[in-house]
Write a protein of this length. Structure first.
Length: 263
């Protein structure tokens, strides 16, 4: 338990460095909310902080820059579900139209997020648009939506992941920064937040020159933050065997991680 508390303390310390009045956390399908030692400890640890855990199906009324903001959470209480958690919001009748009302949800969005088995709290754009909220922030998909760099009065925003999280991620980490002037006038700008870049590649090499050129491409643009896996095929001249080893040694030194597979 002390081991878990150490990591919780580290997480809370990082979250408290965020600028702004509040940090709101919505449980997703991989960290779904239930009454476990983890969540009980987490809830107790964030008391008397600006960190809010959205673990109840109810409005959370906040005041930000003297303006009323109300969050309506649709968090995950299971790892998988064919039903989303929007029903309580659909049936809610006491929306404060003077406040800026924000849906905060986790789940796939039909036609946008992959969900082959329909098991990730699936919802539709039309379903979200029918809710009496000004904006919806939806987690689950790992890339951001819309795909523009800047949007105005866009009701549905998917932040994606702030950091690429696997070799299948070709994108950089992103977040949306939303500037609200009033209920009917707000802008969202996409900002890059990721530090690391994943590269999963296949490369056919037929000469040492081609290998050297490939090495140079990998070492462009912050190689120390690149995680690379490359499947190599082909061959190079026998008299360059020592040079080949030096080439891979240099990549291993300068890249964050290098994994080579010879096929």
């Amino acid at each position: 338990m002390r081991h878990k508390q150490k990591y919780l303390d580290q997480i809370i310390s990082i979250l408290r460095k965020f600028h702004g009045e509040y940090v709101a956390i919505l449980p997703g399908n991989h960290d779904f909310f239930n009454v476990t030692n983890f969540w009980v400890t987490f809830l107790n640890s964030v008391k008397d902080t600006n960190i809010i855990i959205l673990n109840e199906y109810r409005p959370y009324e906040l005041e930000i820059n003297e303006e009323k903001v109300i969050l309506y959470p649709a968090f995950c209480d299971l790892k998988h579900s064919k039903e989303n958690r929007l029903d309580w919001i659909k049936n809610y009748t006491e929306f404060d139209n003077s406040a800026f009302n924000i849906l905060v949800a986790h789940g796939s969005i039909k036609g946008i997020s992959p969900d082959m088995k329909d098991e990730y709290f699936s919802m539709s754009i039309d379903e979200i648009n029918s809710l009496d909220v000004d904006m919806a922030v939806v987690g689950h998909m790992h890339i951001n939506y819309p795909f523009n760099d800047e949007v105005k009065n866009q009701k549905v925003l998917i932040p994606g992941t702030p950091e690429p999280d696997g070799l299948d991620c070709r994108h950089e980490g992103y977040a949306w920064v939303v500037d609200v002037e009033d209920k009917g006038n707000f802008n969202a700008v996409k900002v890059k937040t990721g530090t690391y870049k994943f590269v999963d590649d296949k490369c056919i090499i037929n000469s040492y020159k081609e290998l050297e050129d490939y090495k140079d491409r990998l070492l462009e643009e912050n190689p120390k933050n690149k995680i690379v896996r490359t499947y190599f095929s082909g061959s190079i001249e026998v008299d360059h065997s020592d040079d080949r080893k030096k080439c891979f040694d240099e990549l291993s030194r300068k890249l964050f991680t290098l994994n080579t597979v010879i096929i």
